[in-house]
Write a protein that binds this ligand. Structure first.
Ligand code: ATP
Ligand code: MG
Length: 569
């Protein structure tokens, strides 16, 4: 490929609205351009990388028996109503109408469509298990599109769905896909970890995320160096805390004018935050619910939603506090509150605690669980903290940041039951499919790879994602001898199966070197007059300090032998 004939608009300036290294570099290297918030164009150089990811994913999905399909982006409302998700998905789902006023959505995912396909086409247990996958555009109207293509509204996903006669078969495919994912991300050259994850809106009973380790990652992972436990903090379990000791004192009201936060009341009453019982109102599937957690700890909404089994849950507005507790938020408490109480395990060990009195500007002290209030549910609904004991082995947990690039769910029969999708078992009885689903954010992988592998000069492609293997850079395009050598290299390297980009632009050497570093192609061959006069060219690994002079005749053989080797750090 000749750069003079290529569309590769590199930028010298830092794009002002790019908020991560990868977004900046993808824009600067002419890989993408932004059309509108969360909507991007992929230019040839960027698309080459996307296709590399796609190819690796396809090969590994095929290797575990996946069958590729292609499903529509526009999906009928009726299917989403069958699963109950038309309402549950919320505003992330883009809804539209056709000319007959029939309602549709733009696919944020495809469980409904694929379950419908399989319920129509698969009859018997003999046709199971089945692993179907596709590559396609997904649309999610994200609240905050950001980080370039990492959190876009329109993005490219590989989504796979498996159908089984029983749990054991579902589990074995799930394991197989996790192994395929491990091969995929390894081949992409990523440093990553599979972690236990929350099941979120898709639901189901078991899930893993694949996290690319990067400081700028949006996800926090709690991990244990001792036993290898790793989980998204949305899910990571907290162990019950030791109960406090002491005699229960009679409750009493204290005046706390204007002090509606744990910090403010703690200061006013000179009490530690551990004595507080934070009282937070939610609306879960239309019903008010009150969550309690110890004042020094954070509530975990993901855990709360899972404990409640709620499809839709959000923080309640001030009106709900007024209606249920008769006071402003900040002054609500569990004592004599007529609402469903869900307490974190930490709350039950508090002795002589403090909470709102359900009267504005008043708190209660010396309240004791069991005597003064009795939660309907006691469960683990708090966030783990760094250094908390590991739920498996009790060593201290440490935190790290990650970018979620893949996700696997064991769905059970959630969709097949809701959508009446089943097969005839050995005894001729209709049984719902047991399902799994498995996504990879193909476009996000490209950004994550750059986020993980770059330096001050630009991108440093590693693994199988490099858009080209070699860049050939003649120092002058006017010099016929240099161009002859360049052409010869281009032919030889291409014939040897390497992908070659020739910078044949009539540009100053300095500009070409800067662009070469920005583009991050693993090897650069510089063809210059002085060295060529000695029969030499200069080859340099992207990111390496040193270059080497090699005979023009040997350059191809050397580059072929270096192919696929990891970059020197
Ligand atoms: P997140 O927590 O980052 O929003 P998710 O849990 O909503 O992700 P899934 O529904 O599991 O994501 O989608 C499968 C994969 O699609 C994710 O692992 C991620 O790599 C990718 N993905 C999800 N949302 C986006 C987005 N807005 N832009 C780009 N890729 C995305
Ligand atoms: Mg999401």
């Amino acid at each position: 490929m000749r750069l003079s004939r290529y569309l590769l608009p590199t930028l010298k300036e830092l794009p002002s609205d790019a908020d991560t290294v990868s977004a900046r570099l993808m824009l600067r290297a002419g890989m993408i351009r932004k059309v509108a918030s969360g909507l991007y164009e992929w230019l040839p150089f960027g698309l080459r990388v996307l296709r590399k990811v796609e190819r690796i994913v396809r090969e590994e999905m095929d290797r575990v028996g996946g069958l590729e399909v292609w499903l529509p982006v526009v999906q009928p409302k009726s299917l989403w109503e069958e699963s109950g998700r038309w309402g549950a998905y919320g505003r992330e789902m883009m809804r539209l109408k056709d000319r007959k006023d029939t309602e549709f959505c733009l696919a944020p995912t495809a469980e409904e469509v694929i379950t419908d396909l399989v319920r129509r086409e698969v009859r018997s247990y003999r046709e199971l298990p089945l692993l179907l996958y596709q590559f396609g555009t997904k649309f999610r109207d994200e609240v905050r599109p950001r980080f370039g293509v990492m959190r876009a509204r329109e993005f490219y996903m590989k989504d796979a769905y498996s159908f089984h006669a029983d749990e054991a078969s579902a589990e074995s495919t799930y394991k197989m896909v996790l192994e395929a994912y491990t091969r995929i991300f390894t081949r992409c050259g990523l440093k990553f970890r599979p972690v236990e994850a929350d099941t979120g809106a898709i639901g189901g009973n078991f899930s893993h995320e694949f996290m690319v380790l990067a400081e700028t990652g949006e996800e926090t992972i709690a991990s244990c160096a001792a036993c290898g436990y790793a989980a998204n903090v949305e899910r990571a379990e907290s162990l019950p805390l030791p109960a406090e000791s002491g005699d229960a004192l009679p409750p009493e009201e204290v005046s706390t004018p204007g002090a509606g936060s744990v910090e403010a009341v703690a200061k006013l009453l000179n009490a530690p935050k551990e004595k507080f019982i934070k009282t937070v109102f939610y609306v879960a599937d239309g019903q008010p619910v009150v969550a309690l957690v110890r004042g020094d700890l954070e509530l975990n909404e993901h855990k709360l939603q899972r404990v409640l089994g709620a499809k839709v849950m959000f923080k309640a507005g001030n009106d709900v506090y007024r209606q249920v507790a008769g006071c402003e938020p900040g002054f609500a408490g569990p004592v004599q509150l007529k609402a469903t109480l869900v307490a974190d395990t930490s709350v039950m060990g508090v002795v002589n605690g403090i909470s709102g009195a359900n009267k504005t500007d008043v708190h209660l002290r010396h309240i004791n669980p069991g005597r003064d209030f009795n939660p309907e549910r006691v469960a683990d609904i708090r966030m783990v903290k760094e250094k908390d004991p590991c739920p498996k082995c009790k060593s201290a947990l440490s935190f790290f940041k990650g970018i979620e690039v893949g996700h696997a769910f064991k769905l059970g029969t959630k969709y097949s039951v809701a959508m009446n999708a089943g097969f005839l078992g050995e005894k001729g009885v209709k049984t719902p499919f047991v399902m799994g689903c498995y996504g990879i954010g193909v476009s996000r992988v490209v950004a994550a790879a750059i986020e993980q592998s770059n330096d001050a000069e630009g991108i440093r492609w590693s693994g199988g994602l490099a858009p080209f293997d070699v860049m050939v850079l003649p120092l002058s395009v006017e010099e016929p001898r240099l161009m002859e050598a360049t052409e010869r290299l281009e032919k030889e390297l291409t014939a040897a199966g390497l992908e070659v980009l020739v910078d044949d632009r009539d540009q100053r050497a300095g500009v070409k070197f800067k662009d070469a570093d920005l583009l991050g192609i693993p090897w650069r061959v510089t063809v210059g007059e002085k060295k060529l006069a000695l029969g030499h060219v200069e080859i340099k690994r992207r990111g390496a300090g040193e270059s080497m002079d090699v005979a023009l005749d040997r350059a191809t053989a050397i580059l072929v032998s270096e192919r696929g080797k990891p970059a020197a750090d």
